[in-house]
Design a protein around this ligand. Sequence first.
Ligand code: GTP
Ligand code: SPV
Ligand code: MN
Length: 609
Amino acid sequence: MNVNDIKHAGLKKWIEDFAALTNPDEIILADGSSAQYDELIDQQVAAGYATRLNPAKKPGCVAYNSDPSDVARVEKRTYISSVKQEDAGPTNNWMDPTQLKKEMTDLYRGCMKGRTMYIIPFSMGPLGSPISKIGVEITDSAYVVANMMIMTRVGVKVLELLGTDGYYVPCYHSVGKPLAEGESDNGKWPCAAMEHKYISHFPETREIWSYGSGYGGNALLGKKCLALRIATVLARDEGWLAEHMLILKITSPEGKSRFVTGAFPSACGKTNLAMLIPTIPGWKVETVGDDIAWMKFGSDGQLYAINPEAGFFGVAPGTSDDSNRNALIAASSNTIFTNVGVTEDKDIWWEGIGYDAPGKLIDWNDNEWVQDKTDKTQKPAAHPNARFTAPAVQCPSIAAEWEDPKGVPVSAILFGGRRPKTIPLVHQSHDWAHGVFLGSIVGSEVTAAALDVKAGTIRRDPFAMLPFCGYNMGDYFQHWLDVGHAAPDAEKLPKIFYVNWFRKTAEGKWLWPGYGENSRVLKWVFERCEGTAKFVDTPIGIMPTIDAIDRPEGVTEEDMKELLAVDLDGWINEVEDIRTNHYPKFGNHLPKELAVFLDTLESNLKAAK
Ligand code: GTP
Ligand code: SPV
Ligand code: MN
């Protein structure tokens, strides 16, 4: 099938108009077939953009290296272009939509010259599910097409669902590097200069316009752009939740299963938690999703979650047989690696993969690289935000329900982030509204997942949604409160917890081993849902008693006391920071209910001192 066979007149005209503007050499429809996928990858390998990996070690896999300037999301170039600036709120970049569209139209003019335009019809969520949303991405990047084919459901079936007049979210994407007559990329990753990169969202008209970057969330527009920024707007209007959350299934030794979602900021452990292998005997964890959850009430009054994605775009460094074996297996075939090291026998390697680099590598900058463990200043072979794009079905821990169109019933929601101090291993809210308060105050050390924010510093990242909310974050807090109020049965609302795997000692060592050992905390969460866990009420919320969570090897009773202590002074500083630097940003969009929770927390802490 090609573009001329498209039966949807509106879609056809939209494609023709953009082709007239961008002037590509040819237009190809992504039909979703594996033959087309293979052909695309072969072309890319032949043109020098990608390296085919050793079929005996990594069958069906390729490795790409990006341009060194194009390695992560660019938050400063990401816009929520609502008609009114107030609707984008204090945490988003804003430009007037008319002006932004004019600037971007000038950039798009002729931008696909010398390139192929691909049309990608895709579904976020299982094909035909009432919760799913359809988008069509137009791109001039074959890398984007191949990634979208793993991350979403792509192809002719989506066009069939659209019929002659079905609704889709229109998504424009260009790498922003037209080729002059006879010019070629010479196998180099094409992208535009930083000041020409735009990741733009028009919430009123539900459009996505992206220009200048080929990497991850900037370019795979189904993920952060559609499934979060545009979906948050749809969710607000339609009474549901679109969230930056993993979804997991946990089963007790007695065979009872519950589903848990968790919102942690980028590169703060969602993929790892979703795929964890419990260290506690008899317990089982399975994976429904690792990055995004869409949640709606079912007719039984329960909140149900679906994973709108079909693959994992996971952080590679730190992924090892010890830390996340399921991810390694998921990414052992039919996977695209970006910005990792490649060995001489065409296998992959990265920092924290669990073994030393075998011989000479080609690093993510295309240079020869030999590991020198005596050189503490040696640059890494893999970029810290290097990623694997792997089909979800290949994950050994994938849950049977992962594609169930009605979703999975959610018993508990976790919030968390990287906090070396103050925030305990786990505490629980008293109810939904108090849980919304906990979500609203989440802070985390910044990671390498975004390019232009300073890694290592702590910033507030409410609900792990700071870079992903498509409207005023104050109104988003209110929407969460409203969802609680609208619940058909408050008793059936998920319980809300705040976790922190990232406490450090004064010497900078992890106080908690994390990874599989996090199953101990999940067990307590499970038991809270059952009503069987041991707990105490504290000034910050409900917490496990010191003996409620079995200690992992290497964690002393002293460590456990520190992990589960309420650090009164630390929390008083926290309150002070929220009061001065965080909440005031939202002005009169801050729900009064949340300001009251902050007052109560402060008086609880002062009373306990
Ligand atoms: P995004 O895909 O960017 O949204 O990230 P994510 O939230 O899925 O993070 P991911 O699970 O990929 O983890 C990111 C980094 O955190 C990796 O380097 C992990 O090794 C590390 N990490 C994950 N879980 C833990 C944990 O429990 N303890 C510690 N210390 N590190 C962890
Ligand atoms: C994140 O940064 O949260 C990611 C990677 O999941 S990206 O798709 O680039 O947004
Ligand atoms: Mn993410």
